[in-house]
Ligand binder design. Sequence first.
Ligand code: UDP
Length: 228
Amino acid sequence: MKRVLLKLSGEALAGDKHTGFDEPTVTEVAKQVKQIVDGGTEVGIVIGGGNFWRGRTSETIDRTKADQIGMLATIMNCIYVSEIFRSVGMQTQILTPFECGSMTKLFSKDRANKYFAKGMVVFFAGGTGHPYFSTDTGIVLRAIEMEADGIYLAKAIDGVYDSDPKLNSNAVKYDEVSIQEVIDKKLAVVDLTASIMCMENRMPMYVFGLNEENSIVKAMTGEFSGTK
Ligand code: UDP
């Protein structure tokens, strides 16, 4: 694959702490992404914000404001992860859909392409820039715009199951599943908006477990054992 986008949920960055950052976890991710980039694949990163804040978790404050906090959380995550990536020898840039002064650069397709051409890892922070959306929709939008070959979703679970394996010990993992089936069976891989955009634009999505050893490298180099 020439260009891929990788989504890390906010919680994936927190390790067992479930909040904030777990540096060994992020450093391990960085080392694996470096292997992929060194192998000649362009990698874009989208990170959630759930290790700090999710807009929908507040029932008190205005949803738009709550979502703004969520979008800022994704930017904090990208700044942190970008620095860890740099510490293992990668070049990075962070793009946001709105101005953040000198902290990030404003997203445009041309600008992102310029950074990819320089061998940089591009972080697409701040989601779509709009409330009532998610970073799932953000990654699908950017993958389509940037003409990526596929989206890799690194999850706490190792693929898509027909029911929740935590609740049902007989849950069966799919090797392959259509987005239509994901929608019909409410399999909750990504939210509905993201699912429909993915389906309409025929964007391949690969779901795999981040916690397995060398999982990112394996998923992106043919040893994929998650759900396509
Ligand atoms: N968010 C938003 N618009 C976007 C992307 C994210 O408003 O386009 C906000 C929303 O409040 C969301 C939070 O940012 O709850 C964190 O993103 P997400 O829930 O996708 O993070 P994850 O659960 O993957 O860590």
